[in-house]
Write a protein that binds this ligand. Structure first.
Ligand SMILES: Cc1cc2nc3c(=O)[nH]c(=O)nc-3n(C[C@H](O)[C@H](O)[C@H](O)COP(=O)(O)O)c2cc1C
Length: 214
C-alpha cells in the first residue's frame, strides 16, 4: 500500500553538528549552510519563507528570495505596497525560514526589518532583466485585478519605456532584516534532532549560543 500522510516516515542521519565547534557568528553559519544548499539545489537554495504579522488578526507567510547577507542583515526585494510591505511598515518584527530537505536542515530567524538604502535598491533594480523591471512597474502586487488589466498595463509600459532606461519604481525595493535570534536545526535519527540557537545580546553586543530539546 502506498504511504499516506500518517505513515510516511523518514529517518534523518546526514550530519551531526558539534555545538562547541559552531562559529561565534550565526550569519557565518548561515552562509556556510547556504553554500552547501547551493550545491544540492542551485536554483532554489535561497528561497525562504517570510512571516509577518497580519494587519488584521493572525500572521501571513510567503516565499521570497534571499538576495544578500550584508553585515549580518538578511536582504530581499519586494513591492513596498504589497501585503507584506504594508504589514512590515506597521509591524517590523518578522521571521524567516529556510528548509533544505536534501540536507535535512532548517534555519529559523527572528528579526526586525527596515527598508534598504535607496542606493542598494537602485543597484539591484538596475541589475534585473528589463522584463522584470517592467513587471515591477506593472504589478500592483497583492491587489485584486484581472490578468487582462495587468497585461494592459504591461503593454502600455513596454511602449512608454520603449528603449529608454527604466528607473526603480518608488514603491519597489529591498528590506534588510536585522536578526535577533537564530535556530539551526539538523535532522537526527529517532527524531532526536539537533537545535542550536543564537540570541543577540544588545547590552553586550554579542551573540550567545544555547541548545534546546528537539
Ligand atoms: C520561489 C519563490 C520566490 C519568490 N520570490 C519573491 C521575492 O523575492 N519577492 C517577492 O515580493 N515575492 C516573491 N515571491 C512571491 C511571494 O511568495 C508572494 O506571492 C508575493 O510577494 C505577494 O505576497 P504578499 O501578498 O504577502 O505581499 C516568490 C514566490 C516563490 C514561490
Amino acid at each position: 500500500m502506498a504511504d499516506s500522510l500518517e505513515t510516511t516516515r523518514k529517518d534523518y542521519h546526514r550530519a551531526n553538528l558539534i555545538f562547541s565547534q559552531l562559529p561565534a557568528s550565526p550569519s557565518a553559519l548561515l552562509e556556510e549552510w547556504l553554500e552547501s544548499a547551493k550545491e544540492c539545489d542551485p536554483e532554489d537554495y535561497n528561497a525562504m519563507v517570510l512571516s509577518t504579522r497580519a494587519l488584521g488578526q493572525g500572521a501571513n507567510s510567503r516565499v521570497v528570495l534571499l538576495r544578500g547577507i550584508e553585515e549580518g542583515t538578511i536582504r530581499f526585494f519586494t513591492n513596498y505596497e504589497s501585503t507584506k510591505g504594508r504589514e512590515i511598515a506597521a509591524h517590523p518584527h518578522v521571521s524567516c525560514l529556510f528548509f533544505w530537505p536534501q540536507l535535512e536542515r532548517q534555519v529559523r530567524i527572528k528579526g526586525c526589518a527596515r527598508r534598504s538604502e535607496e542606493e542598494v535598491s537602485n543597484l539591484y533594480f538596475d541589475s534585473r532583466p528589463r522584463s522584470s523591471q517592467i513587471g515591477a512597474w506593472a504589478s500592483k502586487q497583492s491587489q485584486e485585478g484581472t490578468e487582462l488589466e495587468l497585461e494592459g498595463r504591461l503593454a502600455q509600459l513596454t511602449e512608454k519605456f520603449n528603449e529608454a532606461e527604466i528607473t526603480r519604481p518608488p514603491f519597489w525595493g529591498g528590506f534588510d532584516i536585522e536578526p535577533i535570534e537564530y535556530e539551526f536545526w539538523q535532522g537526527r535519527p529517532s527524531r532526536l534532532h539537533q537545535r542550536y540557537c543564537y540570541r543577540w545580546s544588545e547590552s553586550e553586543k554579542t551573540w550567545t549560543k544555547h541548545r534546546v530539546d528537539p
